[in-house]
Design a protein around this ligand. Sequence first.
Ligand code: F6R
Length: 608
Amino acid sequence: MCGIVAYIGKRDVTPILIEGLKRLDYRGYDSAGLVIARDGKLTLRKSAGRIASLESKLDHSLDGSTIGVAHTRWATHGAPTDINAHPHTDQSGRIALVHNGIIENYRTLTRYLESEGVQVESETDTEVLAKLVGHFYEGCLEDAVRKALREVRGTFGIAAISAEEPDKLVAARRGSPLILGIGKEEFLIASDAAAIIQHTANVIYLEDNEVLVVDRDGYKTTNLDATPVTKEVEAIEWTLEQIELGGFSHFMRKEIYEQPEALRTCLRGRLDMDEARVQLGGLAHVARELIKAKRIILTGCGTAWHAALIGEYLIEELARIPCEVEYSSEFRYRNPIVEDGTVLISISQSGETIDTLAALREAKNKGAMALGVVNSVGSTIARETDAGVYLHVGPEIGVASTKAFVGQVTVLAMIAAFLGRRSHLSPAACDQYLRTLATVPDVIEKTLVLDEQCREIAAEYADAGNWLYLGRGLQYPIALEGALKLKEISYIHAEGLPAAEMKHGPIALISEDMPVVILAPRGHWYEKVIGNIEEVRSRGGRVIVVATEGDTEVAKLAEHVLFVPEIDELLAPLVTVVPLQMLAYHAAVLRGCDVDKPRNLAKAVTVE
Ligand code: F6R
Protein backbone atom coordinates (compact mmCIF):
# COMPACT_ATOMS: atom_id res chain seq x y z
CA MET A 1 0.00 0.00 0.00
CA CYS A 2 1.04 3.66 -0.02
CA GLY A 3 4.45 4.59 1.33
CA ILE A 4 5.90 7.80 2.74
CA VAL A 5 9.52 8.85 3.11
CA ALA A 6 10.68 12.34 4.02
CA TYR A 7 14.11 13.73 4.88
CA ILE A 8 15.67 16.80 6.44
CA GLY A 9 19.41 17.00 7.04
CA LYS A 10 22.64 17.96 5.35
CA ARG A 11 22.75 15.57 2.41
CA ASP A 12 21.35 15.88 -1.08
CA VAL A 13 17.77 14.80 -0.57
CA THR A 14 16.66 13.37 -3.93
CA PRO A 15 18.80 10.20 -3.94
CA ILE A 16 17.78 9.54 -0.32
CA LEU A 17 14.10 9.87 -1.17
CA ILE A 18 14.38 7.64 -4.24
CA GLU A 19 16.33 5.00 -2.30
CA GLY A 20 13.68 5.16 0.46
CA LEU A 21 10.86 4.70 -2.06
CA LYS A 22 12.64 1.67 -3.50
CA ARG A 23 12.82 0.15 -0.03
CA LEU A 24 9.04 0.57 0.23
CA ASP A 25 8.48 -0.90 -3.23
CA TYR A 26 7.54 -4.29 -1.73
CA ARG A 27 4.42 -2.86 -0.14
CA GLY A 28 2.79 -2.43 -3.56
CA TYR A 29 2.06 0.85 -5.41
CA ASP A 30 1.00 2.16 -8.78
CA SER A 31 2.47 5.67 -8.93
CA ALA A 32 5.16 7.71 -7.23
CA GLY A 33 6.17 11.28 -6.63
CA LEU A 34 8.33 13.64 -4.64
CA VAL A 35 8.73 17.27 -3.68
CA ILE A 36 11.85 19.11 -2.62
CA ALA A 37 12.27 22.65 -1.26
CA ARG A 38 15.09 24.96 -2.33
CA ASP A 39 15.61 28.69 -2.73
CA GLY A 40 12.16 29.45 -1.33
CA LYS A 41 10.24 27.28 -3.76
CA LEU A 42 8.93 23.75 -4.07
CA THR A 43 9.75 21.48 -7.01
CA LEU A 44 7.48 18.50 -7.64
CA ARG A 45 7.83 15.43 -9.82
CA LYS A 46 5.13 12.76 -10.12
CA SER A 47 4.52 9.81 -12.33
CA ALA A 48 2.08 6.96 -12.78
CA GLY A 49 3.77 3.56 -12.84
CA ARG A 50 7.04 2.38 -11.32
CA ILE A 51 9.65 4.40 -9.46
CA ALA A 52 11.88 4.13 -12.56
CA SER A 53 9.34 6.22 -14.41
CA LEU A 54 9.56 8.90 -11.69
CA GLU A 55 13.35 8.73 -11.92
CA SER A 56 13.19 9.45 -15.63
CA LYS A 57 11.56 12.80 -14.73
CA LEU A 58 14.32 13.89 -12.38
CA ASP A 59 16.88 16.45 -13.49
CA HIS A 60 19.61 18.65 -12.08
CA SER A 61 17.16 21.33 -11.00
CA LEU A 62 16.49 19.10 -7.97
CA ASP A 63 20.15 18.86 -6.96
CA GLY A 64 21.40 20.48 -3.81
CA SER A 65 18.19 20.43 -1.76
CA THR A 66 18.40 18.91 1.71
CA ILE A 67 14.70 18.64 2.53
CA GLY A 68 11.94 16.78 0.75
CA VAL A 69 9.00 14.41 0.87
CA ALA A 70 8.26 11.39 -1.35
CA HIS A 71 5.42 8.93 -1.78
CA THR A 72 4.34 5.73 -3.46
CA ARG A 73 0.60 5.61 -4.09
CA TRP A 74 -1.74 2.62 -4.21
CA ALA A 75 -4.86 3.99 -5.85
CA THR A 76 -8.04 4.14 -3.78
CA HIS A 77 -9.76 7.35 -4.99
CA GLY A 78 -9.05 7.93 -8.68
CA ALA A 79 -7.01 5.96 -11.20
CA PRO A 80 -3.22 5.68 -11.00
CA THR A 81 -2.39 8.73 -13.16
CA ASP A 82 0.26 11.44 -12.99
CA ILE A 83 -2.26 13.97 -11.73
CA ASN A 84 -3.61 11.71 -8.99
CA ALA A 85 -0.11 10.78 -7.77
CA HIS A 86 1.15 12.46 -4.59
CA PRO A 87 2.38 15.01 -3.51
CA HIS A 88 -0.66 17.24 -3.85
CA THR A 89 -0.44 20.97 -3.41
CA ASP A 90 -2.62 23.63 -1.89
CA GLN A 91 -4.26 26.44 -3.87
CA SER A 92 -1.11 28.61 -3.75
CA GLY A 93 1.17 25.77 -4.86
CA ARG A 94 3.34 26.68 -1.84
CA ILE A 95 2.36 23.73 0.36
CA ALA A 96 2.73 20.08 -0.67
CA LEU A 97 1.47 17.02 1.12
CA VAL A 98 1.54 13.22 0.82
CA HIS A 99 -1.00 10.97 2.46
CA ASN A 100 -1.59 7.31 3.30
CA GLY A 101 -5.10 6.28 4.33
CA ILE A 102 -8.57 7.46 3.36
CA ILE A 103 -10.32 10.77 4.07
CA GLU A 104 -13.89 9.53 4.43
CA ASN A 105 -15.59 12.94 4.43
CA TYR A 106 -13.67 14.27 1.44
CA ARG A 107 -16.85 15.04 -0.50
CA THR A 108 -18.19 17.25 2.27
CA LEU A 109 -14.81 18.93 2.57
CA THR A 110 -14.68 19.45 -1.22
CA ARG A 111 -18.09 21.12 -1.16
CA TYR A 112 -16.95 23.36 1.67
CA LEU A 113 -13.73 24.31 -0.17
CA GLU A 114 -15.66 24.99 -3.38
CA SER A 115 -18.04 27.28 -1.49
CA GLU A 116 -14.92 29.14 -0.40
CA GLY A 117 -13.77 29.43 -4.01
CA VAL A 118 -11.13 26.68 -3.89
CA GLN A 119 -11.05 24.22 -6.82
CA VAL A 120 -9.98 20.58 -6.44
CA GLU A 121 -8.46 19.19 -9.64
CA SER A 122 -7.59 15.54 -9.06
CA GLU A 123 -9.96 12.72 -8.11
CA THR A 124 -8.13 12.06 -4.87
CA ASP A 125 -9.18 12.56 -1.29
CA THR A 126 -5.60 13.70 -0.58
CA GLU A 127 -5.77 16.81 -2.70
CA VAL A 128 -8.76 17.92 -0.62
CA LEU A 129 -6.63 17.66 2.50
CA ALA A 130 -3.79 19.64 0.87
CA LYS A 131 -6.24 22.38 -0.11
CA LEU A 132 -7.75 22.38 3.38
CA VAL A 133 -4.30 22.87 4.92
CA GLY A 134 -3.76 25.75 2.47
CA HIS A 135 -7.14 27.18 3.43
CA PHE A 136 -6.15 27.30 7.11
CA TYR A 137 -2.55 28.43 6.48
CA GLU A 138 -1.64 31.71 8.19
CA GLY A 139 2.13 31.44 8.26
CA CYS A 140 2.49 28.32 10.45
CA LEU A 141 2.31 24.92 8.75
CA GLU A 142 1.84 22.89 11.90
CA ASP A 143 -1.13 25.02 13.01
CA ALA A 144 -2.73 24.70 9.57
CA VAL A 145 -2.20 20.93 9.57
CA ARG A 146 -3.75 20.60 13.02
CA LYS A 147 -6.76 22.71 12.03
CA ALA A 148 -7.28 20.71 8.84
CA LEU A 149 -6.94 17.35 10.56
CA ARG A 150 -9.50 18.30 13.18
CA GLU A 151 -12.02 18.48 10.30
CA VAL A 152 -11.12 15.09 8.88
CA ARG A 153 -12.93 11.78 9.33
CA GLY A 154 -10.98 8.69 8.29
CA THR A 155 -7.40 7.54 8.44
CA PHE A 156 -4.18 9.29 7.62
CA GLY A 157 -0.45 9.22 7.79
CA ILE A 158 0.74 12.49 6.24
CA ALA A 159 3.90 14.48 5.65
CA ALA A 160 3.75 18.12 4.55
CA ILE A 161 6.17 20.86 3.55
CA SER A 162 5.73 24.57 2.84
CA ALA A 163 7.84 26.86 0.66
CA GLU A 164 7.22 29.58 3.26
CA GLU A 165 8.95 27.48 5.96
CA PRO A 166 11.52 25.58 3.92
CA ASP A 167 13.36 24.11 6.90
CA LYS A 168 10.43 22.28 8.42
CA LEU A 169 8.49 19.04 7.91
CA VAL A 170 5.13 18.38 9.53
CA ALA A 171 3.72 14.86 9.85
CA ALA A 172 0.73 13.33 11.58
CA ARG A 173 -1.04 10.02 11.89
CA ARG A 174 -4.37 8.41 12.61
CA GLY A 175 -4.67 4.73 11.79
CA SER A 176 -1.79 4.74 9.31
CA PRO A 177 1.72 4.18 10.67
CA LEU A 178 4.49 6.79 10.76
CA ILE A 179 7.87 6.74 12.39
CA LEU A 180 10.61 9.29 12.85
CA GLY A 181 14.18 8.10 12.33
CA ILE A 182 16.71 10.10 14.32
CA GLY A 183 20.11 10.17 12.63
CA LYS A 184 23.24 12.27 13.05
CA GLU A 185 22.25 15.82 12.10
CA GLU A 186 19.39 14.42 10.05
CA PHE A 187 15.85 13.11 10.43
CA LEU A 188 13.73 10.80 8.31
CA ILE A 189 10.00 10.30 8.45
CA ALA A 190 8.61 7.08 6.99
CA SER A 191 5.59 4.85 7.00
CA ASP A 192 7.78 1.76 7.32
CA ALA A 193 11.15 1.13 8.99
CA ALA A 194 12.47 -0.40 5.74
CA ALA A 195 12.79 3.11 4.25
CA ILE A 196 15.11 4.40 6.94
CA ILE A 197 16.95 1.43 8.36
CA GLN A 198 20.09 2.08 6.33
CA HIS A 199 20.36 5.56 7.88
CA THR A 200 19.46 4.97 11.52
CA ALA A 201 18.01 2.42 13.93
CA ASN A 202 16.77 5.03 16.44
CA VAL A 203 13.12 5.80 15.99
CA ILE A 204 10.02 7.15 17.63
CA TYR A 205 6.63 5.73 16.73
CA LEU A 206 3.82 8.23 16.31
CA GLU A 207 0.49 7.33 17.90
CA ASP A 208 -2.93 8.19 16.54
CA ASN A 209 -3.77 11.90 16.52
CA GLU A 210 -0.19 12.95 17.12
CA VAL A 211 1.55 15.64 15.11
CA LEU A 212 5.29 15.69 14.53
CA VAL A 213 7.25 18.81 13.63
CA VAL A 214 10.85 18.40 12.51
CA ASP A 215 13.29 21.17 11.69
CA ARG A 216 17.05 21.38 11.40
CA ASP A 217 17.53 21.60 15.17
CA GLY A 218 15.29 18.81 16.36
CA TYR A 219 11.73 17.61 16.60
CA LYS A 220 8.66 17.97 18.78
CA THR A 221 5.46 15.98 19.08
CA THR A 222 2.04 17.22 20.10
CA ASN A 223 -1.52 16.05 19.87
CA LEU A 224 -4.09 17.70 17.61
CA ASP A 225 -4.77 20.32 20.31
CA ALA A 226 -1.08 21.28 20.33
CA THR A 227 -0.51 19.79 23.79
CA PRO A 228 3.09 18.49 23.90
CA VAL A 229 3.55 14.71 23.99
CA THR A 230 6.78 13.13 25.20
CA LYS A 231 7.99 10.19 23.12
CA GLU A 232 10.48 7.47 23.86
CA VAL A 233 13.27 6.73 21.39
CA GLU A 234 13.28 3.02 20.52
CA ALA A 235 15.64 0.85 18.50
CA ILE A 236 14.60 -1.00 15.33
CA GLU A 237 15.73 -4.61 15.68
CA TRP A 238 15.83 -5.40 11.94
CA THR A 239 19.03 -5.10 9.91
CA LEU A 240 19.67 -3.92 6.37
CA GLU A 241 20.73 -7.42 5.24
CA GLN A 242 17.33 -8.75 6.24
CA ILE A 243 15.58 -6.52 3.73
CA GLU A 244 17.96 -7.25 0.85
CA LEU A 245 17.83 -10.18 -1.57
CA GLY A 246 21.29 -11.50 -0.65
CA GLY A 247 21.71 -13.59 -3.82
CA PHE A 248 18.15 -14.99 -3.95
CA SER A 249 16.05 -14.45 -7.06
CA HIS A 250 13.02 -13.33 -5.06
CA PHE A 251 12.20 -12.35 -1.51
CA MET A 252 9.58 -15.08 -1.34
CA ARG A 253 12.20 -17.71 -2.09
CA LYS A 254 14.63 -16.15 0.39
CA GLU A 255 11.92 -16.10 3.05
CA ILE A 256 10.96 -19.75 2.43
CA TYR A 257 14.62 -20.65 2.94
CA GLU A 258 14.87 -18.44 6.02
CA GLN A 259 12.11 -20.35 7.81
CA PRO A 260 14.35 -22.68 9.85
CA GLU A 261 16.46 -19.80 11.16
CA ALA A 262 13.43 -17.56 11.63
CA LEU A 263 11.77 -20.20 13.82
CA ARG A 264 14.96 -20.75 15.82
CA THR A 265 14.82 -17.05 16.68
CA CYS A 266 11.09 -17.25 17.36
CA LEU A 267 11.58 -20.14 19.81
CA ARG A 268 14.81 -18.86 21.39
CA GLY A 269 14.58 -18.46 25.15
CA ARG A 270 10.90 -19.39 25.18
CA LEU A 271 11.00 -23.18 25.70
CA ASP A 272 11.93 -23.99 29.28
CA MET A 273 12.81 -27.69 29.00
CA ASP A 274 13.79 -28.05 32.68
CA GLU A 275 10.32 -27.09 33.85
CA ALA A 276 8.46 -28.32 30.75
CA ARG A 277 6.97 -24.85 30.38
CA VAL A 278 6.79 -22.07 27.87
CA GLN A 279 8.14 -18.68 28.97
CA LEU A 280 6.37 -15.88 27.17
CA GLY A 281 7.50 -12.60 28.71
CA GLY A 282 4.83 -10.66 26.85
CA LEU A 283 2.07 -12.66 28.54
CA ALA A 284 3.54 -12.91 32.04
CA HIS A 285 1.61 -9.95 33.46
CA VAL A 286 -1.75 -11.26 32.24
CA ALA A 287 -1.16 -15.00 32.80
CA ARG A 288 -3.46 -15.27 35.84
CA GLU A 289 -6.36 -13.65 34.05
CA LEU A 290 -5.64 -15.52 30.86
CA ILE A 291 -5.96 -18.98 32.30
CA LYS A 292 -9.41 -18.05 33.57
CA ALA A 293 -10.51 -17.28 29.98
CA LYS A 294 -13.89 -18.80 29.20
CA ARG A 295 -13.57 -18.30 25.47
CA ILE A 296 -10.87 -17.26 23.04
CA ILE A 297 -11.60 -15.56 19.74
CA LEU A 298 -8.78 -15.64 17.20
CA THR A 299 -8.95 -13.07 14.40
CA GLY A 300 -6.90 -12.26 11.35
CA CYS A 301 -7.12 -11.94 7.58
CA GLY A 302 -5.88 -14.19 4.79
CA THR A 303 -2.87 -16.20 5.84
CA ALA A 304 -3.15 -14.97 9.43
CA TRP A 305 -6.70 -16.34 9.50
CA HIS A 306 -5.35 -19.73 8.41
CA ALA A 307 -2.85 -19.60 11.27
CA ALA A 308 -5.79 -18.80 13.57
CA LEU A 309 -7.55 -22.02 12.50
CA ILE A 310 -4.50 -24.02 13.57
CA GLY A 311 -4.29 -22.00 16.79
CA GLU A 312 -7.91 -22.83 17.56
CA TYR A 313 -7.18 -26.50 17.21
CA LEU A 314 -4.04 -26.43 19.35
CA ILE A 315 -5.47 -24.28 22.14
CA GLU A 316 -8.59 -26.42 22.40
CA GLU A 317 -6.50 -29.59 22.35
CA LEU A 318 -3.88 -28.54 24.90
CA ALA A 319 -5.68 -26.02 27.09
CA ARG A 320 -9.31 -27.14 26.64
CA ILE A 321 -10.51 -23.54 26.34
CA PRO A 322 -13.31 -23.09 23.76
CA CYS A 323 -12.03 -21.12 20.77
CA GLU A 324 -13.58 -19.47 17.75
CA VAL A 325 -11.94 -18.14 14.64
CA GLU A 326 -13.32 -15.01 12.98
CA TYR A 327 -12.33 -13.06 9.90
CA SER A 328 -11.42 -9.66 11.31
CA SER A 329 -13.48 -7.99 8.59
CA GLU A 330 -16.62 -9.88 9.62
CA PHE A 331 -16.11 -9.60 13.35
CA ARG A 332 -15.84 -5.82 13.28
CA TYR A 333 -19.24 -5.35 11.64
CA ARG A 334 -21.48 -7.89 13.28
CA ASN A 335 -22.11 -6.89 16.86
CA PRO A 336 -20.27 -9.90 18.30
CA ILE A 337 -21.07 -11.29 21.72
CA VAL A 338 -18.19 -10.59 24.09
CA GLU A 339 -18.96 -11.92 27.56
CA ASP A 340 -16.87 -11.71 30.69
CA GLY A 341 -13.83 -13.92 30.32
CA THR A 342 -13.51 -13.46 26.54
CA VAL A 343 -9.98 -13.10 25.23
CA LEU A 344 -9.30 -11.91 21.70
CA ILE A 345 -6.09 -12.90 19.91
CA SER A 346 -5.25 -10.62 16.96
CA ILE A 347 -2.90 -12.27 14.50
CA SER A 348 -1.04 -10.04 12.06
CA GLN A 349 2.34 -10.01 10.39
CA SER A 350 2.32 -6.28 9.69
CA GLY A 351 0.43 -5.28 12.80
CA GLU A 352 -1.28 -2.66 10.64
CA THR A 353 -4.10 -4.52 8.84
CA ILE A 354 -7.02 -2.16 9.22
CA ASP A 355 -9.70 -4.85 9.64
CA THR A 356 -7.71 -6.70 12.29
CA LEU A 357 -7.09 -3.44 14.09
CA ALA A 358 -10.78 -2.53 13.96
CA ALA A 359 -11.76 -5.99 15.26
CA LEU A 360 -9.32 -5.57 18.13
CA ARG A 361 -10.78 -2.15 19.02
CA GLU A 362 -14.30 -3.54 18.83
CA ALA A 363 -13.45 -6.42 21.18
CA LYS A 364 -11.67 -4.11 23.61
CA ASN A 365 -14.62 -1.71 23.63
CA LYS A 366 -16.79 -4.62 24.62
CA GLY A 367 -14.49 -5.51 27.49
CA ALA A 368 -12.38 -8.36 26.08
CA MET A 369 -8.76 -8.76 26.98
CA ALA A 370 -6.78 -8.44 23.75
CA LEU A 371 -3.59 -10.27 22.88
CA GLY A 372 -1.43 -9.70 19.81
CA VAL A 373 0.50 -12.24 17.77
CA VAL A 374 2.41 -9.79 15.62
CA ASN A 375 5.67 -9.60 13.69
CA SER A 376 6.27 -5.86 13.30
CA VAL A 377 7.59 -4.51 16.55
CA GLY A 378 5.96 -1.24 17.56
CA SER A 379 3.12 -1.63 15.04
CA THR A 380 -0.34 -0.35 15.86
CA ILE A 381 -1.83 -3.73 16.75
CA ALA A 382 1.16 -4.52 18.95
CA ARG A 383 0.73 -1.23 20.75
CA GLU A 384 -3.02 -1.45 21.23
CA THR A 385 -3.21 -4.98 22.58
CA ASP A 386 -3.05 -5.57 26.34
CA ALA A 387 -0.31 -8.15 25.97
CA GLY A 388 1.21 -10.23 23.23
CA VAL A 389 3.92 -12.32 21.72
CA TYR A 390 6.11 -11.13 18.86
CA LEU A 391 7.01 -13.57 16.09
CA HIS A 392 10.62 -12.36 15.79
CA VAL A 393 10.93 -13.92 12.32
CA GLY A 394 12.48 -10.78 10.82
CA PRO A 395 11.02 -8.52 8.16
CA GLU A 396 8.89 -10.19 5.51
CA ILE A 397 9.20 -8.40 2.18
CA GLY A 398 7.55 -10.81 -0.30
CA VAL A 399 3.84 -10.01 -0.50
CA ALA A 400 2.95 -13.68 -0.09
CA SER A 401 3.38 -14.53 3.55
CA THR A 402 5.61 -17.54 4.25
CA LYS A 403 7.94 -17.22 7.22
CA ALA A 404 5.40 -15.06 9.05
CA PHE A 405 2.83 -17.87 8.68
CA VAL A 406 5.09 -20.46 10.29
CA GLY A 407 5.99 -17.86 12.91
CA GLN A 408 2.31 -17.26 13.69
CA VAL A 409 1.61 -20.97 13.99
CA THR A 410 4.69 -21.47 16.17
CA VAL A 411 3.68 -18.66 18.52
CA LEU A 412 0.14 -20.03 18.74
CA ALA A 413 1.61 -23.49 19.43
CA MET A 414 3.56 -21.92 22.30
CA ILE A 415 0.52 -20.05 23.61
CA ALA A 416 -1.43 -23.34 23.59
CA ALA A 417 1.25 -24.98 25.75
CA PHE A 418 1.59 -21.86 27.93
CA LEU A 419 -2.12 -22.10 28.75
CA GLY A 420 -2.30 -25.88 28.73
CA ARG A 421 0.52 -26.33 31.22
CA ARG A 422 -1.32 -24.06 33.65
CA SER A 423 -4.45 -26.21 33.41
CA HIS A 424 -4.87 -29.59 31.75
CA LEU A 425 -1.52 -30.50 30.27
CA SER A 426 0.69 -32.79 32.37
CA PRO A 427 4.39 -31.98 32.69
CA ALA A 428 5.22 -35.19 30.80
CA ALA A 429 2.89 -34.45 27.89
CA CYS A 430 4.06 -30.85 27.74
CA ASP A 431 7.68 -31.96 27.85
CA GLN A 432 7.16 -34.21 24.85
CA TYR A 433 5.28 -31.52 22.92
CA LEU A 434 7.97 -28.90 23.57
CA ARG A 435 10.73 -31.29 22.58
CA THR A 436 8.97 -31.83 19.27
CA LEU A 437 8.41 -28.11 18.84
CA ALA A 438 12.12 -27.52 19.34
CA THR A 439 12.88 -29.86 16.41
CA VAL A 440 10.62 -28.02 13.95
CA PRO A 441 13.35 -25.72 12.52
CA ASP A 442 15.56 -28.72 11.72
CA VAL A 443 12.65 -30.65 10.25
CA ILE A 444 11.74 -27.70 8.00
CA GLU A 445 15.38 -27.48 6.98
CA LYS A 446 15.22 -31.08 5.77
CA THR A 447 11.97 -30.34 3.92
CA LEU A 448 13.66 -27.67 1.81
CA VAL A 449 15.25 -30.43 -0.31
CA LEU A 450 11.85 -30.78 -1.98
CA ASP A 451 12.49 -27.57 -3.88
CA GLU A 452 13.55 -29.16 -7.18
CA GLN A 453 10.78 -31.75 -7.08
CA CYS A 454 8.25 -28.97 -6.47
CA ARG A 455 9.63 -27.11 -9.49
CA GLU A 456 9.17 -30.20 -11.66
CA ILE A 457 5.60 -30.73 -10.48
CA ALA A 458 4.79 -27.05 -10.96
CA ALA A 459 6.20 -27.25 -14.50
CA GLU A 460 3.89 -30.16 -15.30
CA TYR A 461 0.74 -28.39 -14.11
CA ALA A 462 1.53 -24.69 -14.48
CA ASP A 463 -0.95 -24.42 -17.36
CA ALA A 464 -3.87 -25.98 -15.48
CA GLY A 465 -6.55 -23.38 -14.86
CA ASN A 466 -7.80 -24.76 -11.56
CA TRP A 467 -6.24 -26.64 -8.66
CA LEU A 468 -7.82 -28.21 -5.60
CA TYR A 469 -6.16 -28.60 -2.20
CA LEU A 470 -7.59 -31.07 0.29
CA GLY A 471 -6.81 -31.71 3.93
CA ARG A 472 -8.46 -32.86 7.14
CA GLY A 473 -8.18 -31.68 10.74
CA LEU A 474 -5.01 -29.69 11.22
CA GLN A 475 -4.15 -30.13 7.55
CA TYR A 476 -7.32 -28.40 6.38
CA PRO A 477 -5.95 -24.89 7.10
CA ILE A 478 -2.81 -25.95 5.20
CA ALA A 479 -4.99 -26.84 2.20
CA LEU A 480 -6.47 -23.32 2.42
CA GLU A 481 -3.03 -21.79 2.75
CA GLY A 482 -1.62 -23.79 -0.19
CA ALA A 483 -4.51 -22.65 -2.39
CA LEU A 484 -4.16 -19.02 -1.30
CA LYS A 485 -0.43 -19.03 -2.04
CA LEU A 486 -1.01 -20.43 -5.51
CA LYS A 487 -3.78 -18.05 -6.49
CA GLU A 488 -2.22 -14.87 -5.15
CA ILE A 489 1.13 -15.18 -6.90
CA SER A 490 0.47 -17.34 -9.99
CA TYR A 491 -3.12 -16.15 -10.69
CA ILE A 492 -4.25 -19.77 -11.07
CA HIS A 493 -7.64 -20.39 -9.55
CA ALA A 494 -7.29 -22.70 -6.56
CA GLU A 495 -9.57 -23.84 -3.77
CA GLY A 496 -8.79 -25.41 -0.43
CA LEU A 497 -11.35 -27.75 1.10
CA PRO A 498 -11.81 -30.11 4.00
CA ALA A 499 -11.33 -33.43 2.19
CA ALA A 500 -14.61 -34.85 3.46
CA GLU A 501 -16.57 -31.99 1.89
CA MET A 502 -15.63 -33.24 -1.57
CA LYS A 503 -18.64 -35.49 -1.82
CA HIS A 504 -20.98 -32.63 -1.12
CA GLY A 505 -20.39 -30.87 -4.41
CA PRO A 506 -16.79 -30.13 -5.42
CA ILE A 507 -16.22 -33.70 -6.58
CA ALA A 508 -18.15 -32.74 -9.71
CA LEU A 509 -15.13 -30.63 -10.70
CA ILE A 510 -12.68 -33.52 -10.77
CA SER A 511 -11.35 -34.39 -14.20
CA GLU A 512 -7.98 -35.22 -15.70
CA ASP A 513 -7.35 -31.48 -16.11
CA MET A 514 -7.52 -30.93 -12.38
CA PRO A 515 -4.39 -31.19 -10.22
CA VAL A 516 -5.47 -32.09 -6.68
CA VAL A 517 -2.99 -31.57 -3.88
CA ILE A 518 -3.85 -33.82 -0.93
CA LEU A 519 -2.28 -33.50 2.49
CA ALA A 520 -1.86 -37.01 3.88
CA PRO A 521 0.84 -37.10 6.57
CA ARG A 522 0.53 -39.95 9.07
CA GLY A 523 -1.87 -39.24 11.91
CA HIS A 524 -5.34 -40.05 12.99
CA TRP A 525 -6.97 -38.73 9.78
CA TYR A 526 -4.65 -40.78 7.60
CA GLU A 527 -7.00 -43.67 6.70
CA LYS A 528 -9.82 -41.29 5.88
CA VAL A 529 -7.60 -39.20 3.64
CA ILE A 530 -6.49 -42.31 1.76
CA GLY A 531 -10.19 -42.83 1.02
CA ASN A 532 -10.36 -39.29 -0.37
CA ILE A 533 -7.32 -39.93 -2.57
CA GLU A 534 -9.11 -42.96 -4.02
CA GLU A 535 -12.19 -40.84 -4.74
CA VAL A 536 -10.16 -38.33 -6.71
CA ARG A 537 -8.13 -40.97 -8.52
CA SER A 538 -11.14 -42.94 -9.63
CA ARG A 539 -12.50 -39.78 -11.30
CA GLY A 540 -9.32 -39.15 -13.21
CA GLY A 541 -7.95 -36.30 -11.05
CA ARG A 542 -4.18 -35.76 -11.05
CA VAL A 543 -3.12 -36.50 -7.49
CA ILE A 544 -0.16 -34.81 -5.81
CA VAL A 545 0.21 -36.02 -2.24
CA VAL A 546 2.18 -34.61 0.66
CA ALA A 547 2.97 -37.67 2.78
CA THR A 548 5.26 -38.88 5.55
CA GLU A 549 8.68 -40.16 4.53
CA GLY A 550 8.66 -43.95 4.05
CA ASP A 551 4.93 -44.19 3.31
CA THR A 552 5.14 -46.61 0.37
CA GLU A 553 1.39 -47.28 0.36
CA VAL A 554 0.40 -43.74 -0.50
CA ALA A 555 3.05 -43.63 -3.23
CA LYS A 556 1.09 -46.29 -5.12
CA LEU A 557 -1.99 -44.07 -5.25
CA ALA A 558 -0.54 -40.78 -6.36
CA GLU A 559 1.03 -39.37 -9.48
CA HIS A 560 3.49 -37.41 -7.37
CA VAL A 561 4.43 -37.72 -3.72
CA LEU A 562 6.22 -35.02 -1.78
CA PHE A 563 7.67 -36.81 1.23
CA VAL A 564 8.15 -34.75 4.38
CA PRO A 565 9.98 -35.92 7.52
CA GLU A 566 7.87 -37.53 10.24
CA ILE A 567 6.73 -35.24 13.05
CA ASP A 568 3.92 -35.28 15.62
CA GLU A 569 0.66 -34.52 13.86
CA LEU A 570 -0.09 -31.52 16.09
CA LEU A 571 2.94 -29.75 14.66
CA ALA A 572 2.93 -31.30 11.19
CA PRO A 573 1.23 -28.24 9.58
CA LEU A 574 4.49 -26.32 10.09
CA VAL A 575 6.19 -28.84 7.84
CA THR A 576 3.57 -29.75 5.24
CA VAL A 577 3.06 -26.10 4.34
CA VAL A 578 6.63 -25.80 3.03
CA PRO A 579 6.24 -27.83 -0.21
CA LEU A 580 2.99 -25.97 -0.91
CA GLN A 581 4.81 -22.64 -0.63
CA MET A 582 7.42 -23.98 -3.06
CA LEU A 583 4.83 -25.30 -5.52
CA ALA A 584 3.16 -21.89 -5.63
CA TYR A 585 6.50 -20.12 -5.97
CA HIS A 586 7.63 -22.23 -8.91
CA ALA A 587 4.25 -22.10 -10.65
CA ALA A 588 4.38 -18.29 -10.46
CA VAL A 589 7.96 -18.09 -11.76
CA LEU A 590 7.18 -20.49 -14.62
CA ARG A 591 4.17 -18.40 -15.59
CA GLY A 592 6.30 -15.27 -15.64
CA CYS A 593 4.48 -13.62 -12.73
CA ASP A 594 5.92 -10.91 -10.50
CA VAL A 595 6.30 -13.21 -7.49
CA ASP A 596 7.14 -10.63 -4.85
CA LYS A 597 4.66 -8.03 -6.06
CA PRO A 598 1.60 -9.84 -7.38
CA ARG A 599 -0.93 -7.70 -9.21
CA ASN A 600 -3.56 -5.84 -7.18
CA LEU A 601 -2.01 -6.89 -3.86
CA ALA A 602 -0.26 -4.92 -1.16
CA LYS A 603 1.90 -6.13 1.67
CA ALA A 604 -0.03 -4.36 4.38
CA VAL A 605 -3.71 -3.70 3.86
CA THR A 606 -4.15 -0.45 5.74
CA VAL A 607 -7.38 0.63 4.06
CA GLU A 608 -10.72 -1.17 3.94
C1 F6R B 1 -1.18 -13.90 1.93
C2 F6R B 1 -1.03 -12.71 2.73
C3 F6R B 1 -2.25 -12.03 3.24
C4 F6R B 1 -2.01 -11.55 4.68
C5 F6R B 1 -3.21 -10.72 5.17
C6 F6R B 1 -3.04 -10.29 6.61
O1 F6R B 1 0.04 -14.43 1.56
O2 F6R B 1 0.06 -12.26 2.97
O3 F6R B 1 -3.37 -12.86 3.17
O4 F6R B 1 -1.82 -12.66 5.50
O5 F6R B 1 -3.34 -9.58 4.35
O6 F6R B 1 -1.89 -9.51 6.77
P1 F6R B 1 -1.26 -9.27 8.19
O7 F6R B 1 -0.74 -10.57 8.70
O8 F6R B 1 -0.16 -8.27 7.96
O9 F6R B 1 -2.36 -8.73 9.06
